[in-house]
Design a protein around this ligand. Structure first.
Ligand SMILES: [Zn+2]
Length: 267
């Protein structure tokens, strides 16, 4: 089935390159709205521990299943201009994006919810889309939120709520917006932990092989998204998700060492 997204596919790239940011700034005021391409003054990594965000969750507490996820009602989403189209099939790719916003140190729920509202406002009022383009959003504090309407119910049912996140490929992909700009800065641990968890969940729900399914936005469109640093970690992401799906315990035997015998056969 061929889905023609007459309006949304033809407008702005939802995660613009530097060039499209400048074009967008002139056309729709995206820069003025906060699409800062980079904020070098912000910290690279978030400190571990402390109040707020996902608190004390550690890698060892990883579980296979639906991650803690905040709904559109939680972040007070506006109603969409029209309900998302839902396809009765799974997507074949999970697209990793970065929001190209500042690398905020704020891990709080209120910051994460404000981010979701801001993205929805950019996408609806700036880009003229029906709703937020991406199906899922993860804040730098690791807070996972539903993006486009009908996304959560669709994932739970194994279906795809069609978004606007990869030009010409929205009818077979699901997109995750990761807060921050990762062209030169590394990905915060909390965000990474949640990204792995979300990808495990999506691979389970859609029966996807992470090695084939997980891709960066730049694999499909002419964009720098999700930034060089995050893009270079996609092999790690595929490996970690695959290990989780295989039931390899986190913190247990490393796959690369388990090929060796547990004792020295020549000793
Ligand atoms: Zn993108």
């Amino acid at each position: 089935m061929s889905i023609v997204r007459s309006g949304e596919d033809l407008r702005f790239d939802p995660a613009p390159t530097r060039r499209t940011i400048i074009r967008g700034a002139m056309g729709a005021g995206l820069l003025a709205a906060g699409f800062a391409p980079h904020n070098g003054a912000m910290a690279d990594e978030l400190p571990a521990g402390g109040p707020g965000g996902l608190g004390e969750r550690t890698a060892a507490e990883f579980w296979a299943g639906e991650p803690r996820l905040y709904t559109r009602a939680d972040w007070d989403a506006r109603p969409p201009k029209r309900p998302a189209e839902v396809l009765n099939r799974a997507p074949d790719h999970i697209i990793v994006h970065h929001t190209a916003t500042a690398n905020s140190k704020d891990r709080s729920l209120s910051h994460a919810f404000a981010l979701s509202r801001k993205i929805q406002r950019w996408h609806m009022d700036g880009n003229g889309w029906d709703d937020a383009g991406q199906q899922l959003t993860i804040s730098r504090g690791g807070i996972v939120m539903e993006g486009r309407n009908r996304s959560l119910d669709s994932i739970r049912a194994g279906n795809l709520a069609v978004g606007a996140q990869v030009l010409h490929h929205n009818d077979h992909t699901i997109g995750i917006e990761n807060e921050g700009t990762y062209s030169t800065k590394g990905v915060p641990k909390r965000l990474w932990t949640s990204l792995v968890e979300v990808c495990v969940w999506l691979c389970e729900q859609y029966r996807l092989d992470p090695n084939e399914a997980i891709a960066g936005h730049r694999d499909f469109n002419n964009t720098s998204c999700p930034g060089d640093r995050l893009y270079r970690r996609l092999p790690d992401l595929r490996r970690e998700v695959a290990a989780r799906l295989d039931g390899v315990p986190k913190g247990g035997a490393h796959p690369e060492t388990s090929i060796f015998p547990p004792f020295d056969p020549f000793g």
